[in-house]
Ligand binder design. Structure first.
Ligand SMILES: NC(=O)c1ccc[n+]([C@@H]2O[C@H](COP(=O)([O-])OP(=O)(O)OC[C@H]3O[C@@H](n4cnc5c(N)ncnc54)[C@H](OP(=O)(O)O)[C@@H]3O)[C@@H](O)[C@H]2O)c1
Length: 242
């Protein structure tokens, strides 16, 4: 399995679950220390650390090559690495849009292309970690939402294009308590207000935990649990999109 953004947050919880279930996992992200810490805490021998920038084609390709070299196969790909930068449209920095497109859309494209021969051979599965922000109107967060809407579209089209050998699904998390909220490009007060608004807009009345999401990602990878599921956009969001 290849899991991107595996050093922190949702990706780390996914890697932990996969390793606990006996899978071999290549943990990908840019910061080697975060990956190493996650691998040491969660994994042992079946955890491989591969620092790479997935927004660059060579970075994504190197991650798949490393997984094949170490474990002999890739039968699952979790495109979880992501970046969120929130701003009203007239204040948005277009460099942030480029960076979001790079990791939220180009990253999954590069990784799916690199892993496709392996995934086809092994009837594997792709899970894209998108966002309810890609399906709902998100004033003040439109550019992030647009990159995730693109990922949702990619998921549905590739589900048909790559069937029947490869399944492609997406999880759409609502607000989840992860390091992402320390790095939104907002000041402290705006972040606090946003968090309060998000809890208010979530019927189950709290942020999700990384584990609330990770179990569903693992189900979509598992052919026993979801062998007849492809093209699904699964909202795991405390009712946010209901
Ligand atoms: N938290 C939420 O409320 C929420 C809601 C909806 C969707 N999501 C989605 O969930 C996913 C995981 O986010 P999270 O909440 O767990 O936040 P997070 O802890 O900040 O995780 C993001 C991960 O992506 C990695 N990453 C970023 N850019 C990268 C790049 N260019 N190449 C490789 N890795 C890169 C980061 O590691 P490095 O910095 O070391 O590269 C980090 O480990 C994201 O796709 C996010 O959009 C989160």
């Amino acid at each position: 399995m290849v899991v991107t953004g595996a050093g922190t947050g949702i990706g780390r919880a996914v890697a932990r679950r996969l390793l606990a279930a006996g899978a071999s996992v290549t943990l990908v992200g840019r910061r080697a220390e975060a990956l190493r810490e996650a691998a040491d805490a969660e994994g042992g021998e079946r955890a491989q650390v591969h620092p790479a920038d997935v927004s660059a084609e060579h970075g994504a390709r190197s991650a798949v090559e490393a997984a094949v070299a170490r474990f002999g196969a890739v039968d699952g790909l979790v495109n979880n690495a992501g970046l969120a930068r929130f701003a009203p449209i007239e204040k948005a920095d277009l460099a942030d849009l480029e960076a979001m497109l790079g990791v939220n859309l180009l990253g999954p494209v590069h990784l799916i292309r690199a892993a496709l021969p392996e995934l086809r051979e092994r009837q594997g599965a792709v899970v894209n970690v998108s966002s309810v922000g890609g399906a709902l109107a998100m004033p003040g967060r439109s550019l992030y939402g647009a990159t995730k809407a693109a990922l949702n579209s990619l998921t549905r089209s590739l589900a048909r294009e790559l069937a029947p050998r490869v399944r492609v699904n997406a999880i759409l998390p609502g607000p989840v308590d992860t390091p992402m909220y320390g790095d939104l490009g907002l000041d402290e007060r705006a972040t606090r207000d946003l968090v309060a608004d998000m809890v208010e807009a979530t019927p189950l009345g709290r942020f999700g935990t990384p584990d609330d999401i990770a179990g569903w990602v693992c189900n979509l990878l598992d052919p026993e649990a979801s062998g007849w599921v492809t093209g699904a956009l699964v909202a795991i969001d405390g009712g946010r999109s209901a």
